[in-house]
Design a protein around this ligand. Structure first.
Ligand code: FAD
Ligand code: PHB
Length: 403
């Protein structure tokens, strides 16, 4: 059910949950709430084409796949997504496989682009009559400490006040929701890394069967894929580098050099469809709640993408939040709401550690430190040689059931 216009002209409206941001967190939350019969309105600053085309993450944990199935949005993912049973670690020009099902009691991952997840969630929400508004501007959060917080925004040339029972801030790292919380209420944790990732999407069959993480003296490289005809590859670069310094020839040359192994294998090139540089950071804000405002996903925490956790964490947050809100409507009990932040943060901190650990093991840090290089190589050798160490990587990668 969509929100209603109390005064007939749409400038004053009410909904149960006002959601800022139509990324994976906001869209999934609107679906989960609808399953409980709870209304929501999703406000998105960008246009629909933009959010559906934004190339980002690609690895879905089993828990994310299960949730997409539960809300009835998994059909295309199962048709077009690729189930993977492991990853490859390359170092010293040698490939090593980490076998997920063998190390985790049968668990796997799904490769399916974040923008495909977003497309499926938007289409299903709109088909069900959900209220998702694109190209809203001037979003402001007021009265978050009251029983009726307000989202003010501009849409289709009108200024609207949306009164809510709850607000979910799902507007990513640069959104406005976190800023609505007084600084004195929050503790922030940061880590910046002296490198970024240059990512490309290329129209070429993947050269490797599995996601391949490579450690070299020249820096990290990652080979991933989106389909039998689409490859996604990344290079560690200076975070302040300009993409204009990376013509396609230079990107392929660097990928060839870093990914090379001693056995018979080669990287196949193809037209580059998209390229960009992303800085890398770790960030957490605690608590993920202030009054009736709840933060979820990148609005509350960021991980470097080396552990493939960002989107999965965003989805895990809103699964906890939807249950807590539904419990409040069912019983009037605040318990779930009170526990939301601590419950979500347990998973967040596990993913923070895993993402930091993978990042630290696989990248060259700015200062050329031979001691650190030996530690990294030792950690890599141990990870592929010891079933216990490999299992630790595998269970974190596929997603821990208990955190
Ligand atoms: P987002 O997807 O950021 O969605 C937030 C939404 O809020 C956006 O649509 C935004 O337009 C909207 N918004 C922002 N401000 C406002 C406002 N004021 N009003 C209304 N709407 C607003 N993770 C991986 O696991 N692997 C990767 O390879 C990977 N690559 C990434 C590359 C980039 C460039 C970025 C930024 C992130 C990447 N991530 C990756 C992380 C992953 O994509 C995020 O963790 C995931 O998108 C989080 O989902 P979210 O819904 O919390 O936030
Ligand atoms: C991707 O396919 O985009 C991808 C895969 C693994 C990562 C990060 C990104 O760790």
């Amino acid at each position: 059910m969509a929100a209603f216009a109390a005064d007939g002209n749409g400038s004053d409206m009410h909904t149960q949950v006002g959601i800022v941001g139509a990324g994976p967190a906001g869209l999934m939350l609107s679906h989960l709430l609808a399953r409980h019969g709870i209304d929501s309105v999703v406000l998105e600053a960008r246009d629909r084409d933009y959010v559906e085309a934004r190339v980002r993450a690609g690895v879905l944990e089993q828990g994310t796949v299960d949730l997409l199935d539960e809300i009835g949005s998994g059909e295309r993912m199962h048709r077009e997504g690729l189930v993977h049973e492991g990853i490859e670690l390359r170092f010293d020009r040698t490939p090593h496989r980490i076998d997920f099902p063998a190390l985790t009691g049968g668990r796997t991952i799904m490769l399916y682009g974040q923008q495909e997840v977003v497309k499926d969630l938007i289409a299903a929400r709109l088909a069900a009559g959900g209220d998702v508004r694109f190209e809203v501007s001037d979003v402001r959060l007021d009265k978050i400490d009251s029983a009726e917080p307000v989202l003010s925004f501009r849409h289709d040339g009108r200024d609207i006040d949306l009164r809510c029972d709850f607000i979910a801030g799902c507007d990513g790292f640069h959104g406005v929701s976190r800023e609505a919380i007084p600084r004195s209420e929050l503790t922030e944790y940061h880590r910046e890394y002296p490198f970024g990732w240059l990512g490309i999407l290329a129209a070429v069959a993947p050269s490797a069967d599995e996601v391949t993480y490579t450690y070299t003296d020249r820096g990290f490289a990652l080979m991933s894929l989106r389909s039998p005809t689409l490859s996604r590859l990344y290079l560690q670069v200076d975070p302040n580098d300009d993409i204009a310094n990376w013509p396609d020839r230079r990107i392929w040359d660097e990928l060839h050099t870093r990914l090379a192994i001693d056995s018979d294998w080669s990287l196949t090139e193809g037209p580059i469809l998209e390229k960009g540089i992303t800085a890398m950071r770790s960030f957490v804000v605690e608590p993920m709640r202030c009054g009736r405002l709840f933060l979820a996903g990148d609005a509350a925490h960021i991980v470097p993408p080396t552990g493939a956790k960002g989107m999965n964490l965003a989805i895990a947050d809103v699964a906890v939040l939807a249950d807590a809100i539904a419990h409040w409507y069912d019983s009037g009990s605040e318990t779930g709401l009170d526990e939301y932040s601590a419950t979500a943060l347990r998973r967040v901190w596990r993913a923070q550690h895993f993402s930091w650990w993978m990042t630290s093991m696989l990248h060259r840090f700015g200062d050329d430190d031979p001691y650190q290089r030996q530690l990294q190589l030792s950690q890599l050798r141990y990870t592929v040689a010891s079933p216990a160490a490999a299992a630790s990587l595998a269970e974190n990668y596929v997603g821990l059931l208990k955190v």
